[in-house]
Each structure stands twice: as structure tokens, then as C-alpha cells.
Design a protein around this ligand. Structure first.
Ligand code: ARG
Length: 467
């Protein structure tokens, strides 16, 4: 039997076990968002100042009251920034915490701030402003990551490595080309970020609870003051829309997926078996028991953070999918998902940028691996098509026999004696050896977007000009 509690507000015996007091405390705990939405304090104050200024401009409140409100809000801003603000869970959320403090500071004038608005448009505004800033930050961070890749690509435009399909050696490529593949991915992510900023660049304030307001407000004025392109066009949609948050999470998930593929490659490349790259001490850890180890923990955690971001996206999609228009309290659950994903994404991009900049590339290991596994077999087939006029399918067959022979002799294609090659097909001459090296192979792939160093340099120049 649970400990008895004589307090009339004691927790319910059936379902209140973990609560210190009665149902109203449970209500407070499930209802309050201050624990996480205090992060929105600066946006909330900025929005309120713009709103009060507009109300005074429109003659809805006196300019004297507006001055008091603005002064009070600025005082609260510095109180919060300096850690001298007491947040109260009883006051539920950031909006009511700030408004209550404003009343203490300036008296009855505080009560006029909430004219012609509701917490529904207020929270939509605060959160949009926050997500917009986060998207702008993401854009800058992606630019930094792209710059890191461009530098490594330039340095390694000629460094040959194996290109893989099915993680089996396929054809030689350059490390510069491989780096540029990530530039394309993160470039697309960045353009998704830019589009998302355009989509959300509309001001929600003035939609009020859901229907707009009878006061003669000027929503264009507040939109401009807050740096939005224009006000939103439908008050019902304005207070029920969280697309901007979901779009942020979708972009975070796609970017995370790219980061995670890169992380996986770094994990593989840094194994002693591959030895393609060596991570700097700054981005790896040792083992507490095995002294020889150097672990790619940062890459592994980037890979893991991606799982977390995906979880946030699915959570918010699921929260929203059943909600009738307009606002429902379910929507309060949007923030933690976005805050958590934003933190993970920032960390992941920062860690990846550091790893890419710092890692040592072992070009000898890469080149040796590029030449093994008969990676120039396609070059032999192409040579037979080009120089001996064979149809590609026949050339493929001839090459297959050459590979089988080399395999049985335990040597490379370029090490097969000419007589052996000619026994397979009489049209083969000693000129074929010119295409069997990995350098010749990559240099020949000059098609637009191909791996030839000359082509990779063109793509680097293209991206430098737009980064
Ligand atoms: N804390 C709330 C949220 O984050 C603010 C909006 C409350 N609106 C309401 N009608 N109760 O969604």
C-alpha cells in the first residue's frame, strides 16, 4: 500500500503515483511548455515590441502606454539574458511568463499589449522567427562544409582511389571527384534551405485566435518591422500551420542522411584494412583498454544523430496529421522536436566540417587499392571497342576472359603478357597497356561531370564561383 497522504490535494491513489500533489499539479505538468519554450524569449519580445508599436501607430493604444510596454519588454530582455529572470511553470509558457513580469514592471499598461492578438498567432510568430534564424544558420554552416570539401577536392583532383558500386571495387576515380559528389549533395541541401526560408517568410501576427480581429491593425507594418516579406493570407491557416517546422525537419533529415553516408565512409576509410584516411586526434578517441586503437567516434555520432533527427520528423508529422483546423494544444509539442533536431544538425555539420578539413589522406593506399580488383577492366573493353571495332558486348566478353586469366595467374590485368592477351583476342596490341593504368583510366573519363582531373577542376571552379 502506498504511503498515506492526508493533504486534500494529494495524488490520486490510482494514477497519481509519481505526482507530489493533486490533479491540478498533473494538469500543470502536462500543460506547461516553459521548460522548453523559454528558448523563444528573444523572438517573443521582438514580436511584442513590433505589435505594440503598430497598435500605437494605429491609435489602438496610446503612445504613452506603448512607450511603457517597450521599455518594460527591453528590461525583461536584459533580465533574461543576464539570468535574472524567474521562470514560473504556473504561468505555463514563455508568452505568459513575459506578460506577467511586464505587469509587475509597468502596471496596468501591460494589459493592453495583448489587444488584437492571441497566443495562437503569437506562438506561430515566435516559432517562425526562431526557425527562420536556424535555417539561416544552417545555410551558413553548409557553406562552410562545402568550402572544406572544395579545398580537399582541389588538393586531390589527381589522387586516384577506387570507385565502388555495391562496395566492390568498380572503376578508378579521383578523391577530388568523390569530394565533389558531397559538394553536390550539400549544395542541394543548401538550396532546399533557401527555398524553406522563402516559404516561411510571411508574418503570422494579427491572425489572432483564428479569425483575424475587428481592431484596425496593420499587418503589413508588423510584417515589415519583423523582417518578413509580407503577412500571411489566411488567419485560419496561419494559426494551424506547422509546415515551416516540418520543412525544417525534412531538410534536416535529408542533410542528416547525407552526413551519415559520409560518416559511414569515414568509418570504413579509417579502418586499418582500408587505411585511406587518418582522422586527426582532435576528431577521434582512444580506447580505454586497447592502446593501438583510434576510433572515429565523431563520425559514428554523426551517423547516430541522423537517427534522432529522423525521429523528430516522424514525431511532428504524426502529431499534426490528425488535427482539425485551427489550433489545438497538440501543436505545443512541435518545439522540442525542432530544438532537438536543430542541435543535432548543427553539431553534425560542425563535426563533419572539422573532420573533412583535418583528416590526412593516404594517397598511396588509395592508389594501390584503385589498381586492385581489375578496376580497369572497363577500360580494356572500351579499348577493344575503340581500337579493334568490337561491339561492346563482345568486348565485355573478351575482357571477362582476360580477367579470369589474370585471376588464375594471381596478377593484375596490366601484368598479363601480350601473348596471353593476344591468345584471347588477336586484335590486341601492346598499345593496350596505355589504358590499363589507373591514371590513364581516370584521365580518359572527360565526359561532363566525369572523373578526369580536368573535368573535376572545372566543377570545382563552378562551385567556387557560387559558394
Ligand atoms: N504554449 C502554447 C504553444 O506552444 C501557446 C499557444 C497556446 N494557445 C492556446 N490556445 N492555449 O502552442
Amino acid at each position: 500500500m502506498a504511503e498515506s497522504n492526508t493533504d486534500t490535494k494529494s495524488s490520486n491513489q490510482m494514477w497519481g503515483g509519481r505526482f507530489a500533489s493533486g490533479p491540478d499539479a498533473i494538469m500543470e505538468e502536462i500543460n506547461a511548455s516553459i521548460g522548453f519554450d523559454k528558448k523563444l524569449f528573444a523572438q517573443d519580445i521582438r514580436g511584442s515590441i513590433a505589435h505594440a508599436t503598430m497598435l500605437a501607430h494605429q491609435g489602438i493604444i496610446s503612445s504613452d502606454d506603448k512607450d511603457k510596454i517597450v521599455h518594460g519588454l527591453n528590461t525583461i530582455l536584459s533580465e533574461i539574458e543576464s539570468g535574472n529572470f524567474e521562470f514560473s511553470r504556473r504561468l505555463e509558457d514563455i508568452h505568459m511568463n513575459i506578460e506577467a513580469r511586464l505587469a509587475t514592471l509597468i502596471g496596468p499598461a501591460a494589459g493592453r499589449l495583448h489587444t488584437a492578438r492571441s497566443r495562437n498567432d503569437q506562438v506561430a510568430l515566435d516559432f517562425r522567427l526562431w526557425v527562420k534564424e536556424e535555417l539561416e544558420k544552417t545555410e551558413r554552416m553548409l557553406t562552410g562544409l562545402i568550402a572544406a570539401f572544395l579545398d580537399r577536392a582541389e588538393e586531390h583532383a589527381e589522387s586516384v582511389m577506387p570507385g565502388f558500386t555495391h562496395l566492390q571495387t568498380a572503376q578508378p576515380v579521383t578523391f577530388g571527384h568523390h569530394c565533389m559528389a558531397y559538394v553536390e549533395m550539400f549544395g542541394r541541401d543548401r538550396s532546399r534551405v533557401r527555398h524553406a526560408i522563402e516559404h516561411l517568410d510571411e508574418s503570422p501576427i494579427g491572425a489572432a485566435a483564428l479569425a483575424g480581429t475587428g481592431y484596425p491593425i496593420d499587418r503589413h507594418m508588423t510584417a515589415k518591422a519583423l523582417g518578413f516579406r509580407e503577412p500571411t493570407r489566411n488567419s485560419i491557416d496561419t494559426v494551424s500551420d506547422r509546415d515551416f517546422a516540418i520543412e525544417f525537419l525534412s531538410i534536416a533529415a535529408i542533410t542528416g542522411m547525407h552526413l551519415s553516408r559520409l560518416a559511414e565512409e569515414i568509418v570504413i576509410w579509417s579502418t586499418p584494412q582500408f587505411g585511406f584516411v587518418r582522422l586527426s586526434d582532435a576528431f577521434s578517441t582512444g580506447s580505454s583498454i586497447m592502446p593501438q586503437k583510434k576510433n572515429p567516434d565523431a563520425a559514428e555520432l554523426v551517423r547516430a544523430k541522423t537517427g534522432r533527427i529522423n525521429g523528430s520528423l516522424v514525431a511532428l508529422l504524426t502529431i499534426m496529421k490528425g488535427l482539425p483546423l485551427a489550433y489545438s494544444k497538440d501543436m505545443q509539442e512541435d518545439k522540442e522536436q525542432v530544438f532537438d533536431a536543430a542541435e543535432s544538425l548543427e553539431l553534425a555539420i560542425a563535426a563533419m566540417t572539422g573532420m573533412v578539413r583535418d583528416m590526412t589522406v593516404n594517397t598511396h593506399r588509395m592508389k594501390a587499392a584503385a589498381g586492385s580488383g581489375y578496376s580497369t577492366a572497363t577500360d580494356l573493353a572500351d579499348w577493344l571497342v575503340r581500337e579493334a571495332g568490337l561491339p561492346f558486348r563482345d568486348a565485355h566478353h573478351v575482357t571477362g576472359r582476360a580477367v579470369a586469366l589474370a585471376e588464375s595467374k594471381g596478377c593484375d590485368l596490366s601484368e598479363l603478357p601480350l601473348a596471353d592477351l593476344q591468345a584471347i583476342h588477336s586484335a590486341i596490341t601492346d598499345k593496350v597497356y596505355n589504358v590499363l593504368t589507373v591514371e590513364a583510366s581516370v584521365a580518359s573519363r572527360k565526359s561532363f561531370g566525369g572523373t578526369a582531373p580536368s573535368e573535376v577542376r572545372k566543377q570545382i571552379a563552378f562551385w567556387r564561383a557560387r559558394n
